[in-house]
Write a protein that binds this ligand. Structure first.
Ligand SMILES: Cc1cc2nc3c(=O)[nH]c(=O)nc-3n(C[C@H](O)[C@H](O)[C@H](O)COP(=O)(O)OP(=O)(O)OC[C@H]3O[C@@H](n4cnc5c(N)ncnc54)[C@H](O)[C@@H]3O)c2cc1C
Length: 334
């Protein structure tokens, strides 16, 4: 049995952890946030929950399609008619999918939330120790490490392997300003996803309260999530959230051709690294001599057939499975 540290508890980290644990290894997952999920995120508010990260996902590979069907049978996701192109959504929220994945890991798996890893240091006589944000070395000694965080953040952690770090440093992600807004009056709002905004402000818009499993709240007629285009987000990265909310809700009103009263609740979140622009074609990164690997949505850009490109959640899942398989021969049997 090997002791393995996984850094990041998004879809990729949770998937590689489950695969390695199923092989009999002792896995510890380090996550800097309060809980699992990463960009499969849900924000709680007085106006109800908002899926303000990935709104849903689809499958272009047979393997991930089968996984989606399994999750659907388990009731973790639904093929949502209000989601336009028929992607799956997590139920009752996108974050619930990650929470289900985390909860199904064996109790022996340790998930260390609110633990920010800043560097990997060689252990003695071998293996790895983890340096944490407070400057302390974590007490654990690990035979191998899997880094499952966004490319720009992974590059710094992977410094012990210059080639792996450089590969991820060259990967670029696009930002996304997201507005979560709720209205108390019932204006004529479509339930389904809305087409792209010709003014270039909004990339996609969805009515969160119309989706499968979302709660209805007294006094809230509709809850919306608005994603700005990468260009608009990049041009307004430093804009104050209150101005972002004003600009993006004005764009929504224009898009739908309605007069909007001020929302009863509104918040904005700026994703600096929302979606990977140029994911790598390799399934994952693995250095067998250092026992250091990387997975996540920066990898596995190729689908089953030429020209098919898995999107972020699918790439995260595919690359995590690929990494577990590449790691396996270098680890002591479980
Ligand atoms: C607005 C938006 C819209 C999107 N739309 C879609 C879509 O339509 N379809 C789709 O498939 N995908 C979409 N995505 C992308 C999708 O969410 C991601 O590709 C996928 O969730 C990535 O999973 P991951 O596990 O690789 O990374 P993440 O989900 O980012 O998980 C990484 C985890 O690592 C943690 N972490 C980071 N650094 C450290 C550290 N140093 N120490 C400890 N923990 C750390 C983070 O807190 C995070 O929990 C969207 C994302 C956003 C933000």
């Amino acid at each position: 049995m090997s002791r393995i540290a996984v850094i990041g508890a998004g879809i990729a980290g949770l998937t590689v952890a489950a695969e390695l644990q199923a092989l009999g290894h002792a896995v510890t997952v380090f996550e800097k946030s309060r809980g699992p999920g990463g960009r499969c995120a849900t924000r709680r508010s007085v106006a109800g929950p908002f899926d303000h990260g990935a709104p849903g996902f689809e499958a272009v590979t047979a393997a991930f399609g089968a996984q989606g069907q399994d999750w659907q049978r388990a009731g973790w996701v639904a093929a949502d008619p209000a989601a336009g192109t028929d992607p799956w959504i997590g139920v009752p929220s996108m974050n619930a999918l990650a929470q289900q994945l985390a909860s199904r890991l064996s109790p022996a798996l340790s998930l260390r939330a609110q633990t920010h890893v800043t560097a990997l240091e060689p252990g003695a006589p071998a293996g790895w120790r983890l340096r944490l944000l407070d400057g302390q070395l974590d007490a654990g000694h690990f035979d191998a490490v899997a880094v499952a965080v966004p490319a720009e953040q992974a590059a710094a952690l992977l410094a012990p392997d210059a080639a792996l770090a450089e590969a991820l440093r060259l990967t670029r992600s696009e930002p996304c300003w997201t507005v979560m807004a709720a209205w108390s009056d019932a204006w004529a709002a479509p339930a389904a996803w809305v087409a792209t905004d010709p003014t270039g402000v909004l990339a996609r818009v969805h009515r969160d309260d119309a989706r499968t499993g979302r709660p209805a709240l007294d006094g809230i007629a509709s809850r919306w999530v608005l994603h700005a285009t990468p260009r608009w987000s990049a041009d307004h990265l430093d804009m104050a959230p209150v101005e972002v909310i004003a600009s993006m809700t004005a764009a929504l009103a224009k898009l739908l051709g309605v007069q909007l009263a001020p929302p009863v609740h509104a918040a904005a979140h700026g994703w600096r690294y929302a979606q990977v622009l140029d994911a790598r074609t390799e399934p994952c990164g693995w250095n067998a001599s250092l026992r250091l690997g990387a997975c996540g949505d920066a990898w596995h850009a190729a689908g089953d057939v030429a020209g098919s490109r898995p999107s972020g959640i699918e790439r995260a899942w595919l690359s995590a499975r690929a990494l577990a398989r590449q790691m396996s021969p270098s680890l002591s049997p479980g």
